[in-house]
Write a protein that binds this ligand. Structure first.
Ligand SMILES: [Zn+2]
Length: 556
């Protein structure tokens, strides 16, 4: 048994080595955590911000209580940096995004508890990996933070106590000075996890508050639309249906040549409808997530500085009655788009219905809109969940015919080295597409059989963005960094006037120009018309969009 008073200078020397080792271990863990989520100069900046607490470990403390307090504070301090590193690494790995980027901020502000649960069900693997890194950092720091320098009463009171060497003291002093400079500089200080994440959560709150009531913004847009005075150029009743779905990659639709029979009903419609139905073969979204995609879709793909009108405001100003029937429970979309409609049905909000989130729930509601006799001009917008993650929630139980046969698709995925869980996600995704085929075909069937046969009707279907499910990489989910995130279906049906056929259907189409095409389907004339952006017109001229991935060719 050893007591502190019995400590020899030699033992004291050894304990100083221990302290240095503890500082080194805590410092190295911190540095590794920082390097996970940052790069370049940022690593050095954060290391300097993290340093003071590591140096504190080298400061000899006498009271056992202070030593415990120090251990806890150093641990919390280090974990703040580790948490910061792990979250950033996860976002970088999954979305190539920073936490304060518009995409992540928007998603965080717009997420409710149900969505978060679904999200975790889908992404728990990466969450486990990065949480694992966090646990390891916690254990390492916990082990070494308690080994900080201790001042022992007997030794310190005697002249035997060795003072740290001159160069050690100078080094510590210099390091502390650099840390002072770091904390004095605002842009530098703001990188500190505690400050950064406090600021981050304030930004999320601000975003939410801004969305909470956009009535004034909508009123202004309506006034703008009335001033534009759009007119309907076609006599007689008209019904136009816009079906916006979520996370559908056209590569998984048999309608687009996929190897699994995921769209038997749409194919039947295609065979039956002939030239009344155009499948736009090379359709692209220019955004990989819902909010920016819808903003572009309804604002004519124009940047905000050009003060573009809202499609629904123009339609109403021209005399359409507008319905918004949605299976999404989404505050931002409701405020930015849905509330422009005369009738808003957000079905996903109805509590107590077990299957409330299956898209088929909206069909009755849409039928009611068709049956409405109060108006001759109808624009019915239907917003579906499509195959939004988690895929297994997007089709009824026991409705996955792809889960146990080894087909060409499965073999192809194996050949490409896709992991078992990505292959299973693909099966679920395809099952979601099969159910989606049923819902979309029903919507088309309702449109085709609505009203009197000679009445004008049009129907357009497209996805907000694509989805990566083992197409180009071994992962599943929204994908801003691969082309799969942008490959969407787009289909148009109308019972009058020919649609693009043959070669014209091969022309690429971009979803942010959807409103230009819809104005044609709605038969609305206005002074902002750009015929070169209407994919259905002869004057259509394709321009490649700027998206954050390299696309070899937009024509395939
Ligand atoms: Zn989406």
């Amino acid at each position: 048994m050893t007591s502190p008073s019995a400590e020899t200078p030699r033992a004291h020397h050894a304990s100083r080595h221990n302290v240095l080792f503890a500082c080194g271990a805590v410092g190295a863990t911190l540095l590794a955590s920082i390097a996970l989520g940052h790069d370049g100069r940022r690593i050095a900046q954060l290391a300097v911000l993290a340093m003071p607490m590591v140096l504190w470990l080298a400061w000899p403390l006498r009271s056992a209580r202070m030593q415990r307090v120090r251990t806890v504070l150093v641990w919390l301090w280090a974990m703040a940096f580790a948490f910061d590193g792990a979250v950033r690494a996860y976002l970088l790995d999954t979305y190539q995004a920073a936490p304060d980027g518009a995409m992540v901020l928007g998603a965080a502000a717009n997420t409710n508890a149900r969505e978060s649960t679904e999200y975790l069900q889908m992404h728990w693997r990466s969450a486990v990996i990065w949480s694992g890194a966090l646990v390891i950092a916690g254990v390492l720091v916990g082990m070494f933070a308690r080994r900080g320098a201790v001042r022992d009463a007997a030794v310190s009171s005697s002249s035997v106590r060795a003072r740290p060497a001159f160069w050690t003291r100078s080094l510590v002093l210099a390091l502390l000075l650099i840390a002072c400079v770091a904390y004095a500089s605002k842009p530098w200080r703001r990188l500190h996890p505690a400050i950064f994440w406090t600021h981050w959560s304030q930004s999320v709150q601000t975003q939410r508050a801004a969305w909470a009531d956009q009535q004034q913004v909508r009123d202004r847009a309506m006034a703008q639309a009335r001033a534009i005075a759009p007119v309907i150029t076609q006599a007689g009743p008209s019904t136009v249906v816009l079906v916006i779905t979520d996370s559908i990659n056209r590569d998984n639709m048999a309608l687009y040549g996929y190897g699994r029979p995921t769209t038997p009903r749409l194919l039947a419609h295609k065979a039956q409808a002939g030239e009344q139905m155009a499948v736009l073969k090379n359709a692209w979204s220019v955004d990989a997530s819902t909010l920016p995609a819808l903003r572009n879709m309804f604002h004519f793909g124009l940047p905000e500085s050009e003060n573009p009108p809202h499609l629904l405001a123009l339609a109403r100003a021209a005399g359409y009655k507008v319905w918004w029937i949605s299976n999404h429970d989404d505050l931002a979309i409701e405020q930015q788009h849905a509330r422009f409609a005369d009738v808003v049905d957000m079905l996903n909000r109805t509590p107590g219905r077990a299957s409330a989130s299956l898209d088929g729930e909206i069909l009755d509601c849409v039928q009611e809109a068709f049956a409405d006799t109060g108006t001759d001009r109808k624009l019915i917008v239907v917003h579906l969940m499509g195959a939004h993650p988690h895929y297994s929630l997007r089709f009824p139980e026991n409705a996955n015919p792809f889960d146990d046969n080894i087909d060409a698709v499965e073999n192809g995925l194996v050949k490409d080295g896709r992991s078992a869980w990505v292959r299973r996600f693909r099966q679920e995704y395809d099952a979601a597409l099969l159910y989606h085929d049923f819902v979309v075909s029903e919507l088309l069937q309702q449109t085709r059989s609505a009203g009197k046969p000679e009445e004008y009707r049009a129907w357009m279907y497209l996805s907000d963005h694509g989805q990566e499910v083992g197409h180009g990489s071994d992962r599943a989910g929204h994908s801003p960094a691969t082309a799969s995130g942008y490959r969407i279906p787009a289909v148009v049906w109308r019972n009058r006037e020919p649609l693009p056929n043959g070669a014209a259907q091969q022309q690429p189409f971009r979803a942010d120009w959807t409103a230009w095409t819809l104005m044609d389907l709605l038969k609305i004339r206005w002074d902002g018309q750009k015929p070169e952006r209407n994919v259905l017109g002869d004057a259509y001229r394709w321009e490649a969009p700027k998206i954050p991935v390299a696309v070899e060719s937009f024509s395939r």
